[in-house]
Design a binder for this molecule. Sequence first.
Ligand code: FE
Ligand code: FE
Ligand code: ZN
Length: 276
Amino acid sequence: MFRIGCHISASGGYLAMGKRIDALGGNTFAFFTRNPRGGAAKEIDQADVDAFAAFCKEKDIDRIVAHAPYTLNPCAEKEYVRQFALTTFADDLRRMEYTPGQYYNFHPGSHVGQGLEVGIEKIADVLNQVLFPEMTTTVLLETMAGKGSEVGGRFDQLRAIMDRVTLSDKLGVCLDTCHVWDAGYDVVNDLDGVLTAFDKAVGLDRLKAVHLNNSKNPLGSPKDRHAKLTEGLLPLEAIGRIVTHPVLEKLPFILETPNDEAGYAAEIALVRQLHG
Ligand code: FE
Ligand code: FE
Ligand code: ZN
């Protein structure tokens, strides 16, 4: 089953999200687990989750790729920022169990001058504190553009984090096409080479989802500015090769392009057309 969807608003709860993505023509989706600035999330209503589950079954919507707030930085230097990451992460993972077997994607973090090695250790430490044996959620580390002091711009950095996590079978990776391009991985001219590099560093069995975005910037300029599928520096043919690649086409594709709902509906239709 080919899965394409987009990032949607979480307002109104789970059933509202299911209806929202269905109306856009998608069958997978992402949402922020809480206000990107963090703060308390509304308690989950079991009846809403049940109605959502029934709706998803009926409409064949599968794979929630929930997104942690951007402000969550597991390798922050300031201890209160890391503490926020820890409590938010733990609470989100508890909440994710209302929808068993889904994905929770997060940005590994920015080491803000402490150095890559310290960053990697601190991220792994947070994961070791929040993952628990009974969880059914898979936590996805997102491939980053490598902007500033971001950790995760190189595949081997993701591997280094995973290697330090005890319950590493709970971990996977979400590949963001804008980010990897910005980080210098040429998904336009050498998609197979990029996937081979990923396989060597991390293992393709760990690849669980794709953020399908175009980029406003050239290869290797770590800016992290998403573009609409038809407007960035990745030609549409390259997007087509990504969504039809035998390894990738089995994964849920999530658009995080600068669009309103009508724009997303059009891009979802476009991707379906590219996939054929
Ligand atoms: Fe992200
Ligand atoms: Fe992304
Ligand atoms: Zn981004």
